[in-house]
Design a protein around this ligand. Structure first.
Ligand SMILES: Nc1ncnc2c1ncn2[C@@H]1O[C@H](COP(=O)(O)OP(=O)(O)OP(=O)(O)O)[C@@H](O)[C@H]1O
Ligand code: SF4
Ligand SMILES: [Mg+2]
Length: 327
């Protein structure tokens, strides 16, 4: 792996104004993504994974969103400061995103060909070249019979095929950063594994960095170099896959690790973490995890906010907790 950091998110803070009150969605998010690295962002629903990804894409709706602080440094530029036009260019050429349910990002009234050609034409390809390039892109994602697929409408394809189309579209402009927001959640287990394998292969072939967002620690286990564990708007633990899986110390990380179902077992999760993600209009004081945490201490965890700091004897492994396991 190359050590060059291509994306550095620093002290990101984003709130949303709603009728019910101010949703304090992202409180303090910090991570680095290196060239050719896959970073997994893991956390339960509502922890702020998608909002932090949309921020990198410059797609936070303002209003109701308000970016209250932080920096998103991509190739030495702060994306929070670039003009809309420039951001649009970066989004088309250098950063691409694939979404959870491809049906919502594919237009149902146009064929796959029309949609793929649109993107490539916008990148300056002639119609003929765009068509050739579309076929090539579909072949790359191992789509059976690309020429036939081009003639189809999105609803005529299976979920897995639609996601392959999305990946082909995202890769057609050869981005250096790919954000995959729950790319396999809508798919069944076998197709899920195929798509993840495909993403890994594409990452290697295109020398991309990948931000892989998921609520499933099992998914990041096989696919990520580094992992950021997110809870209620904060990164609570961050490290290499080995550091998180072998030496994870945050009580929330520990809970997620316990909740991974044993291999081959499709039963309901047995060890889900008790309690629910807090209402982010009125987040708990102190550590936002304290109402659910078995290690919380009164007068400390419910008052002070733990900050993400590197663990002394484990370079690169960062933790935000006053009473970690093994600490
Ligand atoms: N446009 C918006 N207006 C108001 N609140 C929003 C908006 N977008 C996101 N939020 C809030 O921000 C918080 C984080 O949402 P986000 O979608 O990032 O969660 P997530 O971790 O991606 O969850 P999931 O796993 O369900 O996709 C949630 O409380 C959500 O309700
Ligand atoms: S800071 Fe306290 S409440 Fe928060 S995770 Fe650590 S022990 Fe639990
Ligand atoms: Mg999400």
């Amino acid at each position: 792996m190359n050590d060059e950091v291509i994306l550095s998110v620093r002290n990101l803070k984003i709130h949303f104004d709603t009728e019910e009150g101010e949703v304090k969605a992202i409180e303090n998010v910090n991570y680095d993504l290196r060239k050719n690295e896959t970073l997994g962002i893991v956390g339960e629903t509502g922890s702020g994974k998608s909002v932090s990804a949309y921020a990198v894409m410059g797609l936070i709706p303002q209003p109701p969103g308000r970016i209250l602080g932080g920096e998103i440094i991509f190739k030495e530029k702060d994306l929070l400061k670039v003009k809309k036009d420039e951001m649009r260019k970066i989004r088309g050429n250098e950063i691409a995103m694939i979404f959870q349910e491809p049906m919502t990002s594919l237009n149902p009234v146009f064929t796959i060909e029309e949609q793929m050609l649109d993107i490539l034409r916008a990148h300056g390809f002639s119609k003929k070249d765009a068509r050739l390039k579309s076929i090539e892109a579909l072949e790359k994602v191992k789509m059976p019979d690309p020429k036939l697929v081009l003639k189809k409408y999105p609803h005529e394809l299976s979920g897995g095929m639609r996601q392959r189309v999305m990946i082909a579209m995202a890769l057609s402009c050869e981005p250096s950063l790919l954000i995959a927001d729950e790319p396999t959640t809508a798919l069944d287990v076998t197709v899920q594994a195929q798509i993840l394998k495909l993403l890994k292969r594409m990452q290697e072939e295109y020398n991309m960095s990948v931000l892989l967002i998921t609520h499933d620690l099992g998914v990041v286990a096989q696919n990520c170099d580094s992992i950021a564990v997110m809870y209620a708007g904060n990164i609570v633990e961050y490290g290499s896959a080995e550091q998180i899986f072998e030496r994870g110390m945050h009580p929330y990380t520990k809970g997620l690790l316990k909740a991974i179902p044993p291999l081959e077992e499709k039963t309901e999760k047995l060890n889900v973490i008790p309690g629910v993600v807090p209402n982010l209009i009125y987040p708990p004081q102190g550590c936002r995890f304290h109402p659910r945490c078995g290690r919380a201490t009164r007068g400390k965890c419910d008052v002070e906010i733990p900050t993400l700091e590197e663990i002394k004897d484990d370079p690169g492994h960062k933790l935000a907790c006053f009473n970690p396991y093994g600490g």
